[in-house]
Design a protein around this ligand. Sequence first.
Ligand code: ZN
Length: 394
Amino acid sequence: MIEVLFLLLPVAAASGWWLGQREWRRRGVNTVSAHPDFLRGLNYLLAEQPDKAIDLFVRLTEVDRETAETHLALGSLFRRRGELDRAIRIHASLIERPQLSPDLRALALFELGQDYLGAGLLDRAEALFQELVRLDLQTERALEALREIYQRERDWPRCLEVAEQLAGLTGMQRPAEVAHYYCELAEDARRRGDLPKARAQIDLALASDPDCMRVLVLAGQMALAEGEAKRALELFRRVAAHGPTYAPEVLPDLIQAMESCGEDVIAELGLLVAGRAHPPLVLALSERIEQTQGASAALDLLADYLAHWADLAVLERFLALRARAAGPDGRTRRYAEVALGVARHLRQHQPIYHCERCGFQARTLHWQCPSCRCWGTIAAILPEPIEQIPAQSP
Ligand SMILES: [Zn+2]
């Protein structure tokens, strides 16, 4: 009997069976006794016959603390393996036990909610987590789960409510997340043409997090659309000066605002590039230089950059200008176009952004990481400096 329990311990460890382990350590394994059907169920598990095991577990007439903890651990294990039907069956049967203690019932409710969440049954999961909050059991975890559900449903007012509840419970404010919720509401209002509402949400976002780049982008876009070029320029300058991640989001609008305000676009872009030579800034400056000073001056700028930094977007632009400048010599043009094709192909497969938290890579900016669902963790991948490798002799 005890040997079987020892055999189960690795299973328990893998499934996060911390409760059971704590109890067993406290009481000593030798004191554990269990219903024969429970042990038969464990044997079925070890024989890789999980459905027979679950049949026995859910039919057990008596569930004490140890067996309940085993139910929880097994349910969690099944969920982690993606076997959500089995997890739901175990956790749901546990909740129906009248003799279950309130703390274990709360754990079972929470686990069942996680099963439903994993299965995409958001309504059922939401009802369970709301029940836990109402009972003030597993409250913080239940609120976190509700926040996850409301984010998936893009129900931003409820996200704000939950964020406020969590702040009241834990004492920890989440200004960056709250600012993003208001930004989402502002974007919704702007899409509907409700500009006063959009402005009000932007003010709330700024009040929550004055350094939120997203709200500066939004406020600048709205100011530019309303003819307030000076204010837009001020906001876009702050975004561009913040760094490479958000500058591409505002570059065309920034240039438009500069033009509207009669600013020297090349001089200002040149200052930005001198401060932080990020590829989108270099590309914007090279386009402007090509328009006003010609292709040779733009090529000089790009060549200076590529002498120090390895970036495929800048290389592609450089080769495109070279191909165009190749003149009537068909062979020279073809060589340049072949190189351009290779650079273009490589660039299309090169990620531009990555999540600083989970490593997710993307070609477009996401305010919320699609993988770990954190807000504001996506950053631009910076080009690598060119290694000075001596040229090989032919
Ligand atoms: Zn992430």
